[in-house]
Design a protein around this ligand. Structure first.
Ligand code: CUA
Length: 155
Protein backbone atom coordinates (compact mmCIF):
# COMPACT_ATOMS: atom_id res chain seq x y z
CA UNK A 1 0.00 0.00 0.00
CA UNK A 2 1.38 3.34 -0.98
CA UNK A 3 0.78 6.30 1.31
CA UNK A 4 1.17 9.82 0.13
CA UNK A 5 3.69 11.91 2.03
CA UNK A 6 0.97 14.20 3.46
CA UNK A 7 -1.04 11.17 4.58
CA UNK A 8 1.99 9.88 6.45
CA UNK A 9 2.47 13.24 8.12
CA UNK A 10 -1.21 13.37 9.17
CA UNK A 11 -1.16 9.78 10.39
CA UNK A 12 1.97 10.39 12.46
CA UNK A 13 0.45 13.58 13.83
CA UNK A 14 -2.78 11.74 14.77
CA UNK A 15 -1.01 8.83 16.46
CA UNK A 16 1.40 11.14 18.27
CA UNK A 17 -1.42 13.36 19.61
CA UNK A 18 -3.35 10.28 20.74
CA UNK A 19 -0.28 9.05 22.63
CA UNK A 20 0.29 12.50 24.18
CA UNK A 21 -3.36 12.76 25.33
CA UNK A 22 -3.32 9.24 26.81
CA UNK A 23 -0.13 10.02 28.72
CA UNK A 24 -1.65 13.28 30.05
CA UNK A 25 -4.83 11.47 31.17
CA UNK A 26 -2.87 8.60 32.71
CA UNK A 27 -0.39 10.77 34.59
CA UNK A 28 -3.08 13.16 35.90
CA UNK A 29 -5.36 10.26 36.93
CA UNK A 30 -2.64 8.53 38.93
CA UNK A 31 -0.99 11.64 40.34
CA UNK A 32 -4.38 13.04 41.51
CA UNK A 33 -5.64 9.62 42.57
CA UNK A 34 -8.81 9.90 40.48
CA UNK A 35 -11.71 7.57 41.34
CA UNK A 36 -15.00 6.89 39.57
CA UNK A 37 -17.49 9.66 40.41
CA UNK A 38 -19.35 9.05 43.65
CA UNK A 39 -17.00 6.43 45.05
CA UNK A 40 -16.85 2.68 44.80
CA UNK A 41 -19.58 1.54 47.20
CA UNK A 42 -21.65 -1.37 45.99
CA UNK A 43 -25.02 -2.83 46.99
CA UNK A 44 -27.08 -5.85 45.99
CA UNK A 45 -29.83 -4.29 43.81
CA UNK A 46 -32.29 -7.05 44.85
CA UNK A 47 -31.85 -6.21 48.54
CA UNK A 48 -31.94 -2.40 48.38
CA UNK A 49 -34.97 -2.17 50.71
CA UNK A 50 -33.21 -4.27 53.33
CA UNK A 51 -29.82 -2.56 53.16
CA UNK A 52 -29.10 0.49 55.33
CA UNK A 53 -29.52 3.38 54.78
CA UNK A 54 -31.99 2.50 52.02
CA UNK A 55 -34.21 0.47 54.36
CA UNK A 56 -35.31 3.86 55.74
CA UNK A 57 -34.85 6.26 52.81
CA UNK A 58 -35.02 9.97 53.54
CA UNK A 59 -33.36 12.66 55.59
CA UNK A 60 -31.14 11.89 58.57
CA UNK A 61 -29.34 14.51 60.63
CA UNK A 62 -25.68 13.63 61.12
CA UNK A 63 -24.60 16.75 63.03
CA UNK A 64 -25.57 20.44 63.23
CA UNK A 65 -24.01 21.18 59.85
CA UNK A 66 -24.50 17.89 58.02
CA UNK A 67 -27.52 15.94 56.84
CA UNK A 68 -27.77 12.80 54.78
CA UNK A 69 -30.50 12.00 52.28
CA UNK A 70 -30.73 8.43 51.05
CA UNK A 71 -32.81 7.90 47.94
CA UNK A 72 -33.87 4.96 45.84
CA UNK A 73 -34.40 5.54 42.13
CA UNK A 74 -36.80 3.23 40.32
CA UNK A 75 -39.02 3.16 37.26
CA UNK A 76 -40.38 5.85 37.30
CA UNK A 77 -39.74 7.86 40.41
CA UNK A 78 -37.74 8.33 43.57
CA UNK A 79 -38.31 7.12 47.08
CA UNK A 80 -39.04 9.06 49.22
CA UNK A 81 -41.20 11.07 46.85
CA UNK A 82 -40.97 14.27 48.91
CA UNK A 83 -37.71 15.56 50.32
CA UNK A 84 -37.29 18.56 52.64
CA UNK A 85 -33.79 19.75 53.50
CA UNK A 86 -32.45 22.84 55.28
CA UNK A 87 -30.64 25.62 53.41
CA UNK A 88 -27.00 26.41 54.18
CA UNK A 89 -26.20 22.92 55.48
CA UNK A 90 -24.12 20.21 53.94
CA UNK A 91 -26.46 17.65 52.37
CA UNK A 92 -24.96 14.30 51.49
CA UNK A 93 -27.06 12.56 48.85
CA UNK A 94 -26.70 8.79 48.67
CA UNK A 95 -28.53 7.30 45.73
CA UNK A 96 -28.96 3.83 44.32
CA UNK A 97 -31.27 2.12 41.85
CA UNK A 98 -33.20 -1.09 42.29
CA UNK A 99 -33.87 -1.72 38.62
CA UNK A 100 -32.21 0.04 35.69
CA UNK A 101 -29.83 2.95 35.25
CA UNK A 102 -31.37 6.32 36.11
CA UNK A 103 -29.96 9.67 37.03
CA UNK A 104 -30.37 12.04 39.94
CA UNK A 105 -30.15 15.50 38.49
CA UNK A 106 -31.07 18.58 40.49
CA UNK A 107 -31.88 21.21 37.89
CA UNK A 108 -29.75 24.40 38.01
CA UNK A 109 -27.21 22.87 40.42
CA UNK A 110 -24.01 20.92 39.95
CA UNK A 111 -25.68 17.74 41.22
CA UNK A 112 -25.96 15.36 38.29
CA UNK A 113 -25.35 11.72 39.16
CA UNK A 114 -25.82 8.58 37.18
CA UNK A 115 -27.67 6.06 39.35
CA UNK A 116 -26.50 2.58 38.50
CA UNK A 117 -28.06 -0.57 40.01
CA UNK A 118 -25.52 -2.26 42.26
CA UNK A 119 -23.72 0.96 43.10
CA UNK A 120 -24.21 3.72 45.65
CA UNK A 121 -23.47 7.17 44.35
CA UNK A 122 -22.71 10.02 46.69
CA UNK A 123 -22.70 13.76 46.19
CA UNK A 124 -22.52 16.53 48.75
CA UNK A 125 -24.29 19.79 48.08
CA UNK A 126 -25.17 22.94 50.01
CA UNK A 127 -28.37 24.70 48.98
CA UNK A 128 -27.72 28.42 49.49
CA UNK A 129 -31.30 29.56 48.97
CA UNK A 130 -34.61 28.19 50.18
CA UNK A 131 -37.05 27.18 47.47
CA UNK A 132 -38.23 24.28 45.41
CA UNK A 133 -35.72 22.37 43.33
CA UNK A 134 -36.75 20.08 40.53
CA UNK A 135 -35.08 16.66 40.33
CA UNK A 136 -35.18 14.85 37.00
CA UNK A 137 -33.87 11.65 35.49
CA UNK A 138 -31.76 12.24 32.42
CA UNK A 139 -30.85 8.65 31.61
CA UNK A 140 -33.43 7.05 29.34
CA UNK A 141 -34.94 4.32 31.54
CA UNK A 142 -38.13 3.25 29.80
CA UNK A 143 -41.55 4.38 28.64
CA UNK A 144 -42.14 6.58 31.71
CA UNK A 145 -38.71 8.20 31.67
CA UNK A 146 -40.03 11.67 30.93
CA UNK A 147 -42.40 11.45 33.95
CA UNK A 148 -39.58 10.53 36.32
CA UNK A 149 -39.07 13.50 38.58
CA UNK A 150 -39.40 14.71 42.13
CA UNK A 151 -38.93 17.89 44.07
CA UNK A 152 -36.64 18.95 46.89
CA UNK A 153 -38.01 21.60 49.21
CA UNK A 154 -35.27 23.68 50.78
CA UNK A 155 -36.39 25.60 53.87
CU1 CUA B 1 -35.24 7.11 35.23
CU2 CUA B 1 -35.07 8.07 33.07
Amino acid sequence: MHLHKYEKIWLSFGILSLAVFLVIIGVSAFSHNHMPAGGMMTIDPDKVEHTPPFDHPGLVKIDDETYQVSLIAMTFGYEPAKIKVPAGKKIIFKVTSKDVTHSFTIVNTKVNMMVVPGQINTKTYVFQHPGKYLVICNEYCGSGHHFMQTEIEVY
